[in-house]
Design a binder for this molecule. Structure first.
Ligand code: NCD
Ligand code: ZN
Length: 350
């Protein structure tokens, strides 16, 4: 039986290895979606101010735990530190000792939302990276070059050539996750790198290309960073995600902004997908005739890379078309979800 005749799918509970849950009022509203389907999530530290110390991560973790809904008591947030030019090796030791921090996030300064405090030159962080390498703490990389002259569609490739290749030479044992890859160049690079280099892929980059952002009018809710690329890149990402290669795993990069911040003259980057994360991935894998590979990507490869156990319960999905609401609550505001008012072909079967 070919996989696209399947009407039900049972897989080990997935994890989200790249998630923005924000803070304050909005936190509770968006966290509930992820806690309802994932066992764990790597929590991005790009708040204002950013989570630059173990103490700040501890405080943020408490706010997150407070926001976990009663019906998802087993959900576990995995905290990260925001790397700056001034992050010390001592802070890395503290982070590892705390037991709550699972990675450090490297935003090149100016690359994306709330990255102003990011790294100006990665060479300034070499002592800190050395310590991470020694202690086995992964570096999560927003892999885009930031110089204004570099074309926005070339920024990922430029980052590989100008920064990542050298980083891997200088720190051959450092665990690195190339986050939310968007190009064939990145997929090839990760495939050809040693086993300590992995990548997350979002559902939206598996499902859409740049036409979905620009043809027939500009679509602010399809604007994210790294920006959607041309179809050949999307196809390369689908191939990587469905290949069974253990280096690729699920990271939604669900990044909610309130409606006003998206629908404006200078809109924020980020798509809200957490409300249907596994369903959107199921649709992408189904379209590729590769539903049988979904569990490996969503539930097995991530824990393997992070040296954690896989979740010990299952979730069920059914093939069922449903219409996405026009909006979801976001604190006392609203967030427009991906596919608002349109349909998704798979549904979590609770
Ligand atoms: C993210 C955000 O809004 O925090 N935006 C995005 O477009 N993905 C930041 C990021 O992950 O780049
Ligand atoms: Zn992100």
């Amino acid at each position: 039986m070919s996989s696209n005749t399947l009407s039900h799918l049972k897989i080990i509970r997935p994890d989200d290895w790249h998630l923005h849950v924000r803070d304050g009022e909005g936190l509770k509203s968006v966290l509930a979606h992820t806690a309802g389907q994932c066992g764990r999530a790597i929590i991005m530290p790009n708040l204002t101010p950013p989570i630059t110390s173990t103490q700040l991560a501890e405080n943020y973790l408490q706010r997150i735990i407070h926001a976990i809904p009663e019906n998802s008591p087993d959900f576990k947030p995995l905290m990260t530190l925001y790397l700056t030019d001034n992050t010390t090796p001592q802070e890395i030791e503290k982070a590892v000792k705390s037991g709550i921090i699972f990675a450090v996030k490297f935003y090149p300064a100016g690359a994306t939302t709330n990255s102003d405090a990011g790294v100006s030159n990665i060479r300034k962080c070499y002592a800190t990276l050395e310590k991470m390498q020694d202690l086995g703490l992964p570096l999560l990389v927003h892999g885009e070059a930031t110089q204004y002259e570099i074309d926005i569609f070339d920024r990922e490739k430029q980052f590989i050539d100008k920064t990542l290749k050298q980083l891997i030479i200088d720190f051959p044992e450092l665990k690195i996750v190339f986050e939310h890859i968007t190009t064939a160049d990145a997929a090839d690079f990760v495939s050809e790198s040693p086993s300590n280099i992995a990548a997350t892929i979002t559902a939206h980059h598996l499902l859409m290309n740049r036409n979905d952002m620009l043809v027939g009018g500009i679509k602010p809710h399809h604007y994210c960073l790294p920006v959607l690329k041309r179809e050949s890149h999307r196809l390369a990402l689908v191939k990587a995600a469905t290949s069974g290669n253990k280096k690729f795993f699920m990271g939604t990069d669900s990044a909610p902004h309130n409606r006003q911040k998206k629908e404006t003259a200078c809109g924020c980057a980020g798509m809200f997908t957490a409300f249907a994360a596994i369903e959107l991935y199921a649709e992408a894998f189904d379209d590729a005739g590769a539903l049988a590979q979904l569990e490996q990507f969503s539930s097995l490869n991530g824990p393997l890379f992070y040296g954690l156990k896989t979740n010990n319960d299952m979730i069920s999905l059914k093939r069922k078309q449903w219409t996405v609401p026009d909006s979801y609550p976001f604190g006392d505001d609203i967030v427009i979800p991906l596919r608002a008012g349109q349909t998704i072909n798979w549904k979590l079967d609770l």
